[in-house]
Design a protein around this ligand. Structure first.
Ligand SMILES: Nc1ncnc2c1ncn2[C@@H]1O[C@H](COP(=O)(O)OP(=O)(O)O)[C@@H](O)[C@H]1O
Ligand SMILES: N[C@@H](CCOP(=O)(O)O)C(=O)O
Length: 320
């Protein structure tokens, strides 16, 4: 259920003529997406992905193109947008903004092994090492300001205990992160869950779905990754996966003392970020399309596990 805008072979064949990618052989709608319409496109020369943007702020699309171009130029495993013969990447198709990408190899690792965790930590560390110099700017749309503004909208749907939990946590985050942040800053993926990566065996084929991409605290990105990639069924951290990601990451970008100090709070804040965004989807702003929403309880479990057990000790950069 992700082809919100159907396209004919003839429409796509015509569209492809602007690009130096060969002629259309086949077109396949992708069922797995949730926000945009995605097609796998096969030409007589290569495998491509065509994305039509169904929602979001279309004026922000040039930021995503610039970010993907930049990361691609720095040899990160991302799908660099295909530019047409005149150098333009962003087009309109069936009235929707559209981008063409190379199709990256692999599958989403739902139970990642330690080699996969290491590969992801390495790629994220490399990405953050270069993304600190990315010249673009897009404020993090899910940062502390957003949490402060939006958490009131779900309180009425929560038990008294969970209301207190959410309010107390947001207040703590304001104390820790409220002053002008000194943390290392750069471009973030913003939603680097397992299902936004593709692996061929242990090799990272690519990182996709940069549409939460933004600029902000690099640690925010890393905490999202640890919460998704290294949480067990009860929300507790899996030490081996945690250390595999963090050792590989720090071999590329060691964490600063300031980052180490706020790390336990950042893990909790990014857990609450998803608890809240999922609650908003369930109770306040359900999607127009008939999609099963992600379960908010999963991130409630992760948040309470972080509160109960704290964070694991961070590996030292020199251990790598
Ligand atoms: N460049 C790519 N290479 C290979 N597969 C891709 C690529 N881009 C997207 N996909 C596939 O299409 C699916 C949906 O794409 P995604 O950008 O995540 O859409 P949505 O934002 O709607 O969830 C992904 O889960 C992945 O399986
Ligand atoms: N990966 C997220 C969905 C994207 O977050 P959003 O804040 O842009 O809705 C999830 O698993 O909830």
């Amino acid at each position: 259920m992700a082809v919100f805008t159907p396209l004919s072979d003839a429409q796509v064949a015509e569209f492809l003529r602007r690009f130096d990618v060969g002629n259309l052989v086949s077109l396949e709608g992708v069922a797995g997406g949730t926000e945009n319409t995605t097609f796998f496109v096969t030409t007589d020369r290569r495998e491509l992905v065509l994305t039509l943007f169904e929602q979001g702020e279309h004026e922000e699309l040039p930021f995503f193109v610039d970010l993907l171009d930049y990361l691609d130029e720095h040899r990160l495993p991302v799908p660099g947008p295909v530019h047409d013969r005149e150098g333009i990447a962003l087009h309109s198709l069936a009235g929707k903004p559209s981008l063409l990408f190379p199709r990256l190899p692999g599958r989403h690792p739902m139970a990642p092994n330690l080699m996969q965790c290491q590969a992801l930590g390495d790629a994220l560390g490399r990405m953050h090492a270069v993304s600190q110099h990315f010249p673009g700017h897009r404020p993090n749309p899910r940062d502390l300001n957003w949490l402060v503004a939006m958490h009131h909208r779900v309180l009425g749907y929560l038990s008294p205990e969970d209301q207190a939990l959410m309010k107390d946590e947001v207040e703590i985050y304001q104390g820790v992160f409220g002053a002008a942040s000194e943390l290392p800053h750069g471009a973030l993926h913003g939603d680097l869950f397992r299902d936004n990566t593709l692996f061929e065996g242990d090799r990272l084929g690519g990182i996709i779905d940069f549409y939460n991409g933004c600029t902000g605290d690099l640690l925010f990105d890393l905490a999202i990754v640890i919460n998704d990639w290294a949480s067990g069924p009860e929300g507790q951290l899996d030490r081996e996966r945690h250390d595999a990601i963090l050792c590989a990451y720090q071999a590329r970008r060691p964490l600063t003392d300031d980052e180490r100090e706020v790390w336990p709070t950042m893990l909790r804040m990014t857990a609450l970020r998803y608890w809240l965004s999922r609650l908003l989807v369930v109770y306040v702003d359900p999607p127009a399309h008939d999609l099963t929403p992600h379960d908010p309880a999963q991130f409630h479990t992760i948040l309470t596990a972080r509160l109960k057990h704290g964070a694991l000790p961070l590996p030292e950069a020199s251990n790598t």
